[in-house]
Design a protein around this ligand. Structure first.
Ligand code: HEC
Length: 127
């Protein structure tokens, strides 16, 4: 192939783009990033999914999404603390959210969820 100015420009652009796009493996390597994402999606802000669920104001679909996030949380590895403690804490939240899914407005189910979802205790042990 004979290189003219146009083809050289194309090659240069391809090289620059390839060098700027991080590979999938680099992005997946950040430890705990999945936990952060779940924290932000479920727990952040006064009007968070968790707060609405506790107040009996989340839809069935939202509670279902919450339960899925807790299932994923259960399968993550925390940045610190023992695996046994992590499983124990996350399975309690997962079970409570699944009960709430069946009984979205039941005060007992919501109280059990609030009790299992202890932000400070978990952060002290695992964050
Ligand atoms: C089962 C354990 C657990 C529970 C319960 C928990 N967290 Fe977290 N949270 C973590 C861990 C672990 C991290 C650190 C994640 C990382 O840095 O990889 C974290 C990080 C966070 C972050 C920072 C997210 C970011 O990266 O910007 C926020 C905000 C947060 N949690 C809010 C809450 C709130 C609010 C509650 C209670 C409603 C809560 N969390 C309950 C384990 C928990």
């Amino acid at each position: 192939m004979k290189l003219n100015r146009f083809s050289i420009t194309i090659v240069a652009v391809v090289v620059v783009v390839a060098a700027t796009i991080p590979t999938a493996s680099t992005r997946a390597a950040a430890p705990g990033s999945n936990i952060s994402r779940i924290m932000k999606a479920a727990h952040t802000g006064r009007n968070s999914l968790a707060n609405r669920a506790k107040a009996g104001k989340a839809s069935a679909r939202e509670i279902d999404a919450l339960a899925r996030m807790y299932r994923s949380l259960y399968n993550q590895k925390p940045p610190k603390g023992s695996a046994a403690s992590w499983k124990q804490k996350t399975v309690a939240i997962l079970r409570a959210s699944e009960t709430m899914k069946r009984k979205p407005t039941d005060p007992k189910a919501r109280a059990a969820y609030s009790k299992a979802l202890n932000c400070t205790a978990c952060h002290r042990a695992h964050r």
